[in-house]
Design a protein. Structure first.
Length: 396
């Protein structure tokens, strides 16, 4: 390290207004622990294929995603990459690792371990914001706002340890609402100190890559468990095509421009764009679990059981609806040249897939996967056609 052992936090966004900010090596290393955390929460879903199991999976997923978002938005403003910041990041990584270990019992009597892990992650973030506010007076109003809101949420998490389930989980939901609402109500404070408009979209895209990787791992893991056959190979290829289509749809249309609304205090629309990445991530990871189960079921060549059918169809539908909202917001407040009709196409494909879930009781695994994969691939084709039609307008 060529820098000093400790440097006080500074406001990065003011220093780099004209530069395009990129993820640091520390941030990329930090992401690795979330690969493990997402793998564990996906494994939890793998063993709980039911409506209640999926709801529990979502409740466990949200703190993991929010922990990542908190670290990202702090780093985009105040990261100094000095020894102090690196050590606090290491402590956060350890806490996230413990959080991942406690996922499997996160909603049982021993759920206090999951809560304490999350409290540690958020506590470190609060300390970071207090230190930043002390050294960066211009940002003090914002950092104090975050520190107060996040501290209230942490206090509720701490209180939940002394409350038995299921009321414990009700307190978790209340604390998460406060957590999500704190940035949403910051308004003018964020307008004065906005995040980096190049750094955050890249970081969000990298997290999307992480969950897409988990979907790919699900396909590989399922195939590795079975003797290779035509049906299992076909389902695996279709699962890969779904992951590829979701990747294409997201990265071919997202650009992060809605975040610029934060600079004018439009927190609602900007954070809606950001927050819809949560159901997208939940859906992608669940899609991997669904494909894994369908590959195993394909060996029997019979009608797919209802839990597996609803999991894959519901997960992909959640992804497409989230992509529709993200795309629509980008059209409204971001890139004006994008076609809003693509959002309607995403919703239409999601509705088609949900109809399959309802009426596809007698569908075999391979047929169901063909229909779902075609619905996703159609979005790619429509994107290509729209891009081709927009080229003459762009040239003019």
């Amino acid at each position: 390290m060529t820098k000093g052992f400790w440097q006080p936090p500074r406001l990065r966004t003011l220093e780099e207004e004209e530069e395009e900010r990129r993820a640091t090596w520390l941030e990329l290393f930090y992401d690795l622990v979330f690969v493990a955390a997402i793998a564990e929460v996906a494994h939890y879903l793998d063993g709980h294929l039911s409506v209640s199991g999926f709801l529990c999976y979502m409740l466990l997923f949200v703190p993991i995603w929010w922990s990542w978002v908190g670290a990202t938005f702090y780093a985009t403003r105040f990261d100094t990459d000095d020894l102090g910041h690196r050590l606090l990041t290491l402590l956060q990584m350890v806490a996230i690792a413990v959080l991942a270990v406690n996922v499997h019992h996160g909603l049982e009597e021993s759920s206090d371990g999951f809560a304490l892990s999350y409290i540690t992650v958020r506590g470190i973030l609060i300390v970071q914001y207090l230190i930043a506010g002390y050294h960066v007076p211009v940002a003090r109003s914002l950092t104090n706002w975050y520190a107060r809101g996040f501290s209230l949420a942490v206090a509720i998490w701490l209180l939940s340890i002394f409350v038995p389930p299921p009321w414990r989980f009700a307190l978790w939901i209340l604390a998460l609402i406060i957590d999500f609402g704190t940035p949403l109500t910051a308004g003018k404070l964020v307008a004065k100190i906005p995040p980096s408009f190049s750094h955050v979209p890249e970081r969000v895209g990298l997290f999307t890559i992480i969950v897409l990787g988990e979907a790919v791992i699900g396909v590989v893991r399922a195939v590795a468990q079975l003797q290779w056959g035509i049906l299992s190979a076909g389902v695996a290829l279709l699962g890969m095509s779904i992951a590829f289509s979701l990747w294409w749809i997201y990265f071919d249309s997202v650009d992060g421009s809605p975040l610029r609304g934060m600079a004018s205090g439009k927190m609602g629309i900007s954070l809606t764009w950001l927050y819809f990445h949560l159901p997208l991530a939940i859906g992608i990871a669940a899609t991997g679990v669904g494909v894994e189960h369908i590959i195993v079921s394909s060996k029997k060549a019979i009608a797919l059981p209802s839990p597996e059918r609803w999991l894959i169809c519901g997960a992909v539908a959640i992804c497409l609806i989230s992509l529709a909202v993200i795309h629509l917001i980008t059209c409204i407040v971001g890139a004006k040249h994008r076609s809003k009709i693509l959002a309607a196409y995403r919703i239409g494909s999601a509705a088609f897939i949900l109809i399959i879930a309802i009426g596809g009781i007698n569908l075999s695994p391979i047929v169901l996967m063909v229909l779902v994969a075609l619905a996703c691939a159609l979005q790619v084709v429509l994107d290509l056609l729209r891009s081709r039609q927009s080229l003459p307008q762009a040239n003019n």
